[in-house]
Design a protein around this ligand. Structure first.
Ligand code: ADP
Ligand code: MG
Length: 577
């Protein structure tokens, strides 16, 4: 049995699994749950915490936490965390390191290799950034696979002897993916995939936050700048409300004061399912487009889909379930936990790579989710105009795939050509995503029309390699993703230095930190008398943690938990509830 772990590196939660004899199993984190919030925080002491403690900190100290950074993977964006400035892949590597520590504890051995999942719609830059994050966490990334594909692997693992058409709908915190696949005799064939990398459950929460603020004639962005603590608390309240709406008809949101605390008799904002549906209308409209597209590419009608599999926490929204049921004319299947299925699938993929005997009757094929091509010039009325897109690999081609096409120079004695590579389906390159470029230099002199050969190779990790050469000239080759927004060796070294400079909070005390930060958050939600009591117990606890005396910590923890119980505040050891 191998120790290659499967990791679901999510926008809001991350988790990991490993393949054992009879199938994949989830790996618990240090708090005993499976979901680790993808949040990084900095304590007052300057030490870094990852996961639940950081998530608690986000409400009271948003300026010292970073979350949802997966949304910016592969971009130039930097994220500030206290006095540090970090890149999305650096923050992701901290989350990965935390998962690896949990896995090492669980397996009792070091963990060096992993399969990491990404949304199907992640482009080259985003995939490469994910790989870099894995490497910064000390992992050899054996494969990057698409999240819906991973989910489908779990389904296929359990339905090996059947012949079915499956549609996976994955709505996570920040991304939305749809995948259509066929399962027959242990073979899983991905037929089409489509999605949107800027649509997720967090947007639904933001709609509620905006509605509350709009009531006060405030735009979310303005409110966030002016009263960050208030918005952080309000977002937390709205997030809870949104989740409750998955089971309840009506919820009331307590409105925090400007300082981010909830007053004794707070004003309330009432939301029922209908109001939530109205607020979410524009978002829900965006749900159908990728489903339509994936089905069209797979040449199937909604009725031809046998099973609809829901993945991602946001698919718990009744709104989404109703929409999916009416779209496909059947309710989705509920056999698998939408939070866990991607990590389990990643562990199955790891077993496939390692040729584990338990999966040797399974075969899987995946597709390239986007159209990839280059810029060309077209001739209109004797005039050549550049800026047109020419596809080389069409979206939803089965991977791995390699294709070569021949192009020609446009001017006499043209000695070089810049091959500019794009992703997208638009006719003009400006409307597509620029992935990088490649210079073909030593073209032999001659009239216009000299051939230039361009080969695109898309591998199983979803990484693109482009080769270009002229007759007799040298081959210019690039794995385009090496160009990820300037991520070269120096920058990787920089990242390592920056990460090493961070002081990481000792993991053995992380549970205490989580409890302390939870209590700090609760201080803002209770009345003055209660606050005094909790504050006193918290001071005592913080003092004990600082003393690093185990016995004292345990005693203070007990007292603190007793106070919480007395105040009727429920505390969950893990975040999975
Ligand atoms: P990711 O993979 O992007 O981290 P998850 O699959 O963990 O995302 O889903 C997170 C999203 O699911 C969040 O936006 C969260 O608000 C939402 N979510 C989780 N539970 C519920 C629920 N019970 N009802 C509605 N939304 C939920
Ligand atoms: Mg996810």
């Amino acid at each position: 049995m191998s120790n290659v772990i499967g990791i679901d590196l999510g926008t809001t939660h991350s988790l990991c699994a490993v393949f054992r004899e009879d199938g994949p199993v989830l790996i618990p984190n240090l708090h005993g749950g499976f979901l680790t919030p993808s949040v990084v925080g900095m304590l007052e002491s300057g030490e870094i915490v990852v996961g639940s403690a950081a998530k608690e900190l986000r409400v009271t100290h948003p300026e010292r936490t970073a979350s949802c950074f997966k949304r910016y993977m592969g971009s130039d964006r930097t994220i500030s965390l206290g006095k540090n400035t970090l890149r999305p892949y650096e923050l992701s590597s901290l989350v990965l390191k935390s998962l690896v520590s949990d896995a090492e504890k669980f397996l009792g051995t070091s963990v060096l290799e992993a399969v990491i999942t990404v949304p199907a719609y992640f482009n080259e830059h985003q995939r490469q950034a994910t790989k870099v994050a894995g490497e910064l966490a000390g992992l050899r990334v054996k494969r990057i696979i698409n999240e819906p594909t991973a989910a489908a692997l779990v389904y296929g693992f359990h339905a090996r002897d059947q012949e079915r058409q499956l549609c996976v709908i994955d709505l996570g915190g920040g991304t939305f993916d749809v995948t259509v696949m066929e399962v027959f005799e242990g073979t899983l064939e991905i037929r089409a995939t489509a999605g949107e990398s800027m649509l997720g459950g967090e947007d639904f929460t933001d709609r509620i936050v905006s509605a509350v603020l709009q009531n006060e004639k405030l735009a979310l962005e303005v409110a966030e700048l002016k009263h960050p603590l208030r918005v952080a608390r309000l977002r937390d309240e709205c997030e809870q409300a949104k989740r409750k709406l998955s089971n309840e008809e009506v919820v009331r949101i307590r409105l925090p004061d400007l300082d981010g605390t909830i007053p004794e008799n707070p004003k309330e904002f009432r939301v029922d399912r209908k109001a939530f549906a109205d607020l979410s209308e524009a978002l829900m409209q965006r749900i159908s487009t990728p489903i339509d597209r994936a089905l069209r590419d797979a040449r199937l009608s909604p009725q031809e889909i046998d099973d609809v599999l829901l993945v991602g926490g946001a698919t718990r929204m009744q709104l989404l379930r109703d929409h999916v049921a009416s779209y496909f004319g059947k309710p989705p299947i509920m056999e698998f936990n939408p939070d866990e299925v991607v990590a389990l699938g990643a562990a199955i993929q790891a077993a496939l790579i390692e040729n584990d005997t338990a999966v040797n009757d399974m075969v899987m094929t995946d597709v390239c989710p986007f159209t990839l091509g280059i810029e060309i010039a077209k001739e209109f009325g004797g005039q050549t105009t550049a800026g047109y897109f020419h596809p080389i690999l069409h979206r939803n081609s089965t991977i791995p795939i390699s294709r070569e096409e021949v192009f020609v120079t446009v001017s006499p004695n043209q000695h070089q050509v810049e091959v500019r590579v794009f992703q997208g389906d638009a006719r003009k390159v400006v409307d597509n995503i620029a992935l990088g470029s490649l210079l073909v230099k030593d073209i032999a002199p001659g009239p216009a029309g000299q051939p230039i050969y361009i080969r695109f190779t898309y591998d199983l990790n979803g990484l693109l390699e482009v080769e270009a050469y002229s007759t007799g000239g040298t081959k210019h080759r690039t794995v385009l993703t090496n160009h990820v927004h300037g991520l070269n060796e120096d920058q990787i070294k920089d990242a390592i230095d920056r990460l090493q400079a961070l002081k990481i909070y000792p993991r053995e005390n992380l549970e205490y930190q989580k409890l302390a930060r939870f209590c700090e958050r609760m201080l803002g939600e209770i009345n003055r008398e209660e606050r005094k009591q909790l504050d006193r117990a918290l001071d005592y606890f913080e003092d004990a943690i600082a003393s690093s005396n185990k016995e004292e910590c345990e005693r203070a923890e007990e007292i603190l938990k007793a106070v919480l119980a007395e105040l009727g505040i429920e505390y969950f050891e893990n975040d999975d509830e």
